[in-house]
Design a protein around this ligand. Structure first.
Ligand code: NAD
Length: 343
């Protein structure tokens, strides 16, 4: 049986999740719901996706733009087994009653509070605990990146203490109304909310986060210092462990990837998804081990890192894969992401 998936909210995340669903052999994209006509609505129609009107939008407005409409959100939900809510921050919580009325399970995004769903989700982190739940929240881009790394470090060496500074992108590339365009903005919530958010996946993880926002649209960068419980034999052991984990991409020194511009240039050359980089990016040169103290940078492509996680969350709801690693492998194969290298 193929899982019939609806996507409500067709912006940065929604359009990527819709394309990712469309590539899975065990899922069918029933349609996507948008509030108003736009180039993205036009692309959805050009791709053959059924378009539905949502969030108080007007069917007439779509039809005046020459975009055929298959119905409203209720029609979309009726024909779906599950809905992925990719509406703006906090709007998912408002949509919750609609999904409950329709009796459909739902995947929310990280812009919602944790209590919007039965559990927060990360595929490497807590797939098993999320099997069979009726509502899941795929944690935010930064939290997803940290949770993936936490899954590796906790399992291999244990985490005694972890401090992270998140250098956050100011806006997504298509956003025209956010900033700063000149300045570095400290986040005056100390520690920042990201640490507690990672703890929704790994309760009790000793992680403390701080954040600054900088004028870039390309990616976030995490500056990490961990004290591990047990010392790895050397940096090579850590790098091998990351290489052997799905959804990590390592750059070697000889690749001359100085920073996020080259990472995204690589992603454009590779051409997966919307020229996306769905993996945690780690520089081999940017990792140092001193006994139990591990320092490393990782870059997170905010627009796409949560996309494969949404697919795995759908499978977790229906308990439709043998286990987390099986779902991850299936998702990544369908998306064209390279498999991890054996350690
Ligand atoms: P977005 O603004 O790009 O897209 C949201 C879409 O939802 C828009 O097309 C908007 O018109 C539509 N919408 C508005 N009201 C709606 C309603 N009532 N019902 C349905 N759709 C409605 O936002 P986004 O960046 O895709 O973010 C979506 C969610 O994903 C948020 O929770 C966000 O925090 C989370 N997220 C975003 C990023 C990122 O960097 N963009 C990364 C990870 C998670």
């Amino acid at each position: 049986m193929r899982i019939r998936v609806a996507v409500n909210g067709y912006g940065t995340i929604g359009k990527r999740v819709a394309d990712a669903v469309n590539r899975q052999s065990d899922m069918t994209l029933v349609g996507v719901a948008k509030t108003r006509p736009s180039f993205e609505a036009r692309r959805a129609v050009e791709k053959g996706y059924r378009l539905y009107v949502t969030g108080g939008g007007s069917r007439d407005e779509f039809e005046a733009a020459g975009l055929p409409v298959a119905g409203g959100l209720d029609d979309l939900l009726r024909d779906a087994d599950i809905v992925v809510d990719a509406a703006p921050d906090k709007v998912g919580a408002e949509n919750r009653a609609i999904y409950a009325r329709a009796g459909k399970p739902v995947i929310f995004q990280g812009g919602e509070k944790a209590n919007v769903a039965e559990a927060s989700f990360n595929a490497l982190g807590n797939y098993d605990a999320c099997r069979g739940k009726r509502s899941l929240r795929v944690v935010s881009c930064n939290t997803t990146g940290l949770a993936r790394a936490a899954a590796v470090f906790r399992a291999r060496w244990g985490v005694e203490h972890w401090e992270v500074t998140l250098v956050r992108r100011a806006s997504d590339p298509a956003e025209t109304k956010r900033g700063p365009i000149n300045g570095i903005l400290p986040t005056f919530q100390l520690p920042s909310h990201h640490g507690p958010d990672v703890q929704t996946i790994f309760p009790g993880l000793p992680i403390a986060t701080t954040a600054v926002v900088v004028p870039t649209t390309l990616m976030h960068v995490h500056v990490n210092h961990l004290r591990l419980e047990r010392a790895p034999s050397g940096p090579a052991e850590v790098l091998d462990a990351l290489r052997a984990t799905p959804r990590f991409h390592l750059f070697a020194r000889w690749e001359h990837v100085d920073g996020t511009p080259q990472v995204m240039e690589y992603a454009r050359d590779r051409g997966i998804g919307h020229n996306d980089m769905m993996e945690n990016v780690v520089w081999e040169d940017g990792l140092r081990l001193e006994g139990r103290d591990l320092y490393f940078f990782q870059a997170i492509h905010q627009e796409s890192i949560v996309v494969p996680e949404n697919i795995d969350a759908i499978r977790a709801v229906f308990d439709a894969a043998k286990d987390g690693p099986a779902s991850i492998a299936q998702t990544d194969r369908a998306l064209g992401l390279p498999p991890p290298r054996a350690a």
